[in-house]
Ligand binder design. Structure first.
Ligand code: NAP
Length: 341
């Protein structure tokens, strides 16, 4: 069986996903693409081994009887409308983060999905599929360092000229928000943002780095440094402090070299390389689950929690206060998720 996939948005991540579905993965076939930049959609389609149909807009693509499932990789503010249209058409939809740019938008999606009666939505939080994060989770789940007490995390990128305003939180930190609650099997109750001395190498007016402090229901304290102009590499760190020991996120494997009187290992510089394998696993599992009419990955509920938590972090950045995080009660509908419940 093959899942016939239509892609909305053929920018950076859209092209990447199209390439991996067409070349690396099984049982998925890109049959349709669209983008507001139709020329780019055409160029992308022309590079495929088998032809894909170009649609004038996302709505027509979603409605096409030749499309079984939708992959939304357009600009964030368009996600909600395309996910709602996919639910209305009764088709599985993989939506890149964010699910919607507001918590209210995420709630509208959850309400529509629950009214439809069966999960259809998966959100693109790919770190849950990263081998190193899965290994770290296994250590925690097996109780090998006892109960978790503290987490020290860092999210560093070499440079981010396009990162302005609150994007360090809404674009970068959201990945930490999602993966840490999944790792800890917990949710957040408050957020605080510390703004230390800022680098001179960031875009004008951008506070970089920031430190986000989160507190969870279980009382775990998390500090995450977000530093998107750190110059030296793309470097994701996570250290869990437990009652009986410390667990570190494994480093990506890299050849250790002894040369020129130095002992060295390379550090990656591109997020696409750091999470390339995770994207492959994420989309393969989405294709396979969709063929079985299931959703096993991050759900609309996870998209909603990320939105509420990111909102509280942004509020805390401006208020300088510890801001509470209030979630609506988790609908039983979202406890059906087998892999990540
Ligand atoms: P991008 O390069 O700007 O691509 C977005 C594409 O969508 C552009 O070609 C854009 O056209 C198009 N578009 C905008 N509105 C549209 C509409 N109404 N219908 C169809 N196409 C539309 O951005 P990107 O980096 O690929 O990011 C896309 C999304 O993926 C974002 O939400 C981002 O947060 C997410 N993302 C996730 C990850 C991850 O690690 N999970 C990584 C990267 C990106 P124009 O350029 O002409 O506006």
């Amino acid at each position: 069986m093959t899942l016939r996939i239509g892609v909305i948005g053929t920018g950076a991540i859209g092209q990447d996903h199209i390439h991996r579905i067409s070349n690396n993965l099984h049982r998925g076939h890109i049959v349709a693409v669209t983008d507001v930049n139709l020329e780019q959609a055409q160029r992308t389609a022309s590079q495929l081994n088998e032809p894909a149909r170009i649609f004038a807009d996302g709505y027509q693509l979603i409605a096409s009887p030749d499309v079984d499932a939708i992959l939304v990789a357009s600009w964030g503010p368009t996600h909600e409308e395309f996910v709602l249209a996919s639910i209305a058409a009764g088709k599985p939809v993989f939506c890149e983060k964010p699910l919607a740019v507001t918590a209210e938008g995420c709630m509208r999606i959850m309400d529509a999905e629950m009214a439809y009666g069966r999960p259809l939505v998966q959100v693109g939080y790919m770190r849950r599929y990263d081998r190193s994060y899965r290994q770290l989770k296994q250590v925690l789940d097996e109780g090998r360092i006892g109960e978790t007490l503290l987490v020290h995390a860092a999210h560093r990128a070499p440079s981010a000229p396009g990162c302005t305003g609150d994007m360090a939180i809404t674009d970068s930190h959201v990945h930490e928000i999602d993966v840490l609650r999944w790792l800890l099997d917990d949710d957040y109750i408050s957020a605080q943002v510390i703004q230390p001395r800022s680098t001179r190498l960031a875009a004008k007016g951008l506070q970089d780095p920031i430190i986000v402090l989160l507190e969870t229901r279980k009382g775990i304290r998390i500090d995450t440094e977000i530093f998107v102009n750190c110059q030296y590499g793309y470097d994701i760190q996570c250290q869990i402090v437990g009652e009986k020991g410390i667990a570190h996120l494994p480093e990506p494997s890299s050849v250790q070299m002894r040369s020129d009187a130095r002992l060295s290992t390379e550090i990656l510089t591109d997020w696409k390389d750091r999470f390339a394998d995770a994207y492959d696993v994420e989309l393969q599992e989405w294709i396979d689950a969709s063929l079985q009419n299931e959703v096993y990955g991050p759900t609309a509920w996870d998209g909603y929690v990320a939105a509420v938590t990111a909102d509280a972090c942004v509020k805390a950045k401006y208020s300088g206060l510890i801001e509470p995080i209030h979630l609506r009660e988790k609908p039983a509908f979202y406890n059906r998720n087998r892999m990540f419940a």
